[in-house]
Design a protein. Structure first.
Length: 188
């Protein structure tokens, strides 16, 4: 065969190879662009997912904390709403509005609680003592030697009856006290 006869077939084969090579390069380019596009979208979605998981974790922790606080407050709420409890408001004995508290006393169960409201911490070397007046004599109901939490009721014990209540400040180590010394608050 002559060179002129082989030329049209060779030219056609070359065009076919060029066409296939162009198609492969185009497919490679499209595949690369698509891979980059989907990879960048994947990173965005993964980042959003991480944010959602973090937000869900924070919300779950807040819910657990709220449930825990509710479990602590619920029994106190029952006491506050119980009509069997008498509420005795104690006012400052110094005629100043700086300190006040409440006694919750149930005449049936005899349970007695103190709500410190706005009582400050006792002076250094001192503690608070709650007293109830029974048959014209003061009876120590309970001592408060730990830090006060204005948001919690303090269980004082069982008291059969009392006509008057007060809170005094006493010196640490004085266990023989039978009458209140420095009266801070009183009420009936």
């Amino acid at each position: 065969m002559s060179a002129a006869e082989q030329s049209p077939g060779k030219n056609r084969n070359t065009q076919t190879y060029l066409f296939l090579l162009t198609a492969c390069l185009t497919a490679l380019l499209i595949n690369t662009v698509a891979s980059w596009f989907f990879y960048s979208r994947w990173e965005e979605v993964e980042e959003q997912f991480s944010k959602l998981v973090k937000q869900q974790t924070e919300t779950s922790l807040q819910l657990d904390q709220t449930e825990s606080e509710l479990r602590m407050v619920y029994p106190e709420l029952l006491i506050l709403r119980d009509p069997d409890y008498s509420i005795i408001t104690l006012k400052s004995a110094e005629n100043s509005p700086k300190a006040s508290s409440r006694i919750y006393w149930n005449s049936y169960t005899r349970k007695t609680y103190l709500d410190p409201l706005s009582m400050g911490e006792p002076d250094s070397g001192k503690y608070y003592r709650v007293w109830g007046k029974v048959n014209q004599q003061w009876m120590a109901v309970g001592d408060i030697q730990s830090e006060l939490d204005d948001d919690q009721l303090i269980y004082l014990g069982n008291v059969a009856s009392a006509s008057q209540w007060l809170i005094s400040e006493e010196s640490v180590g004085d266990s023989t006290i039978t009458t209140p010394r420095k009266i801070l608050q009183s009420g009936q």
